[in-house]
Ligand binder design. Structure first.
Ligand SMILES: [Mg+2]
Length: 392
């Protein structure tokens, strides 16, 4: 799908009530008008059936966004429903066309206002996130610098990763094999497994994982499957196997429940959540409720690079560490720049997709990934031909 300056989308309704980002009359020679916005969904089968505490799936959908301006193309994407591509092309792109691509903040405000009546969270937020990432990538390419430099430079030399998979659909042997690969081949110092679909079986699975990884850190993620009492019971059992991170023990909509688990869980175990934070308000509410020891944020959901930095600044003000959720190739530059970032999730499904679809996807070394400072923008090139067979 494509919206460009000759398209009817250009004259579509959706006029913004705020001053247009291309309205700077004195800056006529200093603007970089957006010439085209493209969005396309792709559905990639998983290598094995995957499941967690509350969901199962056998394919993952990615919506890839490209924005042209000033002779460059910015790339962004989000893992969401295919319908986000229509939302981008039909509803959001008209807000962007002809506007100055360099005014990312103004464009971001326009997009959030455009979806007011649709609801900011969920689908709309994922669509805006992909656009925002493409705009930041585009801006870095326009000045021929790696994105991290546009973000103020690296706050850390590299971004530690933790291997994430250990699906409830795996056999113990598959779980062990995956974890050993991350620990031995990629140097991961922590790995994360899914729990919660069968709490009675989980302690045995957790023990199998512990036996496989030795002294490395072991994280678990229940994806909101448990009640507070179940979660506290599990926390005690998991602590016996040295689990140091319990993610979404209860639904992240239940902030009081998260706080209750956090207050009563073993002190050696961090309570984490935040992957469903779509707006700065979501992160603020979570922090005000003292719901987490470590906040998670996902730039493919929370408003892109702009939203991720907002989440990072909120965490900084609350003295809470931040962990980047999924989509490691797209997070890499902002993760290298953000304050208080602890680590990046190296999610099996997304790592696989990103290495298939994007030239320049990071490869771990000694448990960390590093931005390639020789490449402009986020350092990724979309392998359109390779992606074509997955196009929806
Ligand atoms: Mg999770």
């Amino acid at each position: 799908m494509n919206a460009h300056q000759d398209s009817p989308a250009n004259s579509a309704p959706g006029a913004t009530p705020i001053k247009d980002a291309s309205d700077d009359s004195h800056a006529a020679t200093d603007t970089t008008p957006i010439a085209a916005v493209r969005a396309r969904p792709y559905k990639i089968p998983t290598d094995l059936p995957e499941a967690d505490g509350t969901f199962e799936w056998n394919a993952t959908t990615i919506v890839v966004v490209e924005i042209d301006a000033g002779g460059c193309t910015g790339l962004g994407y989000t893992y969401t429903d295919a319908s986000a591509a229509s939302l981008i092309v039909d509803t959001l792109a008209p807000e962007l066309l002809h506007a100055d691509a360099r005014r990312i903040r103004a464009l971001s405000l326009k997009l959030w206002r455009r979806v007011r009546n649709l609801g900011r969270s969920g689908l709309a937020a994922t669509a805006i996130s992909a656009i925002d990432c493409a705009l930041w990538d585009l801006n870095a390419r326009l000045v021929e610098v790696p994105l991290v430099r546009l973000l103020g430079g690296r706050a850390r030399e590299c971004v530690p990763i933790y291997g994430s998979g250990g699906f409830t659909s795996y056999t113990d042997a598959q779980l062990r094999e995956q974890f050993v690969r991350w620990v031995e081949n990629d140097g991961c110092r922590a790995v994360k497994m899914k729990v919660g679909s069968d709490p009675a079986r989980d302690p045995q699975r957790v023990k199998a994982a512990r036996d496989a990884i030795g002294e490395r850190q072991l994280f678990v993620d229940a994806n909101g499957a448990l009640t507070v009492k179940q979660a506290l019971d599990c926390a005690e059992r998991f602590a016996q196997h040295g689990v140091s991170w319990f993610e979404e023990p209860v639904s992240s909509d239940d902030l009081a429940g998260l706080n209750a688990v956090r207050c009563a869980a073993p002190a050696s175990m961090d309570i984490a959540a935040g992957e469903y934070g779509y707006t700065a308000d979501d992160f603020r509410h979570m922090l005000e409720a003292e719901a987490v020891d470590v906040m998670q944020a996902d730039l493919t959901r929370c408003g892109g690079v702009t939203g991720f930095l907002q989440a990072a600044d909120l965490c900084d003000a609350w003295h809470i560490p931040l962990s980047a959720h999924c989509a490691p190739a797209l997070h890499l530059h902002v993760a290298a720049a953000a304050p208080r970032l602890r680590h990046q999730e190296w999610f099996h499904d997304h790592v696989r997709i990103e290495s298939m679809l994007f030239d320049g996807a990071p490869r771990p070394r000694d448990g960390a990934i590093m931005p390639d400072l020789s490449r402009p923008g986020c350092g990724l090139e979309f392998k359109r031909r390779d992606a074509e067979r997955y196009a929806i």
